[in-house]
Ligand binder design. Structure first.
Ligand code: ZN
Length: 354
């Protein structure tokens, strides 16, 4: 299987160019962090290709030399890509044979063996006499044991080796890992760059999708590929029902619960959380950030809602996201979450006596 060599996304090029120009004085470990869905992995892979390229054009990978061809084919000997098995499968790689034979679900964590294997790789000479690059993502999927194994590897790196870690949750990393890395924050791309890129990638109404994704273009593209409308149909119906029924929302909850049973928990919780951030904004007279198309319904809902209950619901949904992957009873979980949301939209006195 051959791919093109990894390229920087349009909004990354200027920054990448400047950063790579200083590569001779590089720190040996970088923590590339920023909002989910802005292209941190793309940045790290394109950086690896550029560092390994044997005829870089203005610091960026040429796409034509031996090194670039190996990178495109995924077999450059001086490159390692460390990610959880589950991420590899998502990216289209075949599942690890031993895990497939054992019929285990692919791991959502980076395994300690993956990191330990780096020691052997680093102790032999670089094949092409240039850089050695390991890209590790998402870095927060290392548990404590794995992270400590990486610390050992980072302690005495051979010259001209560089580790690129990416994360959207630097606070979930071991502080000792963070302190070993130079930080490279990637900003949210400018709105116009993102909408132009989305349009090039076949996304219609890019501004709506970008809003729904909180300004993160890759996330917006994924949302657009998985849904019909930037505000999911079930959420539109739910908001509509809440706007009409006020606290008599049992039927709204039941209808929405049916609709999201087949939606991934993380997705519907995210959507609800965004809707409640928008409701909180609407309650203080600000425009909605994520679902501008729902502005009228939201105005109607907040006319009777308690703003404090709305912001509390945003926090509560954020906490649920952490446990969402493994609810004991998905049906019950959906129902109670929706009920709580509906209740937050009712008048304050109803909730206090409830
Ligand atoms: Zn090249």
């Amino acid at each position: 299987m051959t791919h093109d060599v990894a390229r920087f996304l349009p909004w990354q090029r200027a920054m990448a160019h400047e950063w790579l120009a200083a590569s001779q004085r590089f720190a040996h470990a970088w923590l590339i962090h920023g909002l989910a869905g802005i292209g941190k992995r793309d940045f790290a892979l394109a950086a690896a290709a550029s560092l390994l390229c044997e005829a870089p054009a203005q610091g960026l990978a040429c796409g034509a030399c031996d090194a670039c061809r190996w990178m495109a084919a995924g077999n450059h000997p001086d490159f390692r890509r460390i990610r959880p098995e589950a991420v590899a499968v998502q990216e289209g790689e075949a599942a690890d044979e031993t895990e497939a034979q054992a019929k285990k679900a692919p791991s959502r964590e980076i395994r300690v063996e993956q990191v330990r294997a780096l020691s052997g790789w680093l102790s032999t000479a670089s094949h092409r006499g240039g850089w050695r690059v390991a890209v590790i993502y998402p870095a927060q999927t290392m548990n404590v044991i794995t992270a400590n194994a990486l610390l050992k590897v980072l302690e005495e790196p051979p010259p001209r080796s560089v580790f690129l870690l990416t994360t959207d949750a630097p606070d979930r990393l071991l502080p000792t890992i963070v302190s070993r890395c130079r930080r490279l924050p990637l900003p949210v791309p400018p709105h116009d760059d993102s909408t132009a890129w989305l349009r090039e990638n076949g996304v219609e109404q890019p501004a709506d999708w970008l809003a729904a994704a909180g300004g993160a273009p890759l996330r917006a593209r994924d949302l657009a590929q998985s849904g019909d409308t930037a505000c999911p149909a079930w959420l539109q119906t739910f908001l509509n029902d809440l706007a009409r029924s006020g606290q008599h929302s049992a039927s709204a909850v039941a209808a929405a619960a049916d609709a999201i049973e087949r939606v991934q928990a993380e997705q519907w919780i995210d959507a609800l959380q965004r809707a409640f951030i928008d409701l909180s904004l609407t309650a203080v007279g600000a425009p909605p950030r994520y679902f501008p198309s729902q502005s009228a319904r939201m105005t109607q809902i907040v006319s009777t809602a308690d703003p404090v209950a709305l912001t509390e619901t945003v926090k509560w949904l954020a906490q649920q996201r952490a446990v969402a992957a493994h609810p004991l009873s998905p049906k019950l979980f959906i129902h109670s979450a929706l009920q709580r949301c509906a209740l937050a939209c009712g008048p304050a006195r109803v909730r206090r006596t409830a």
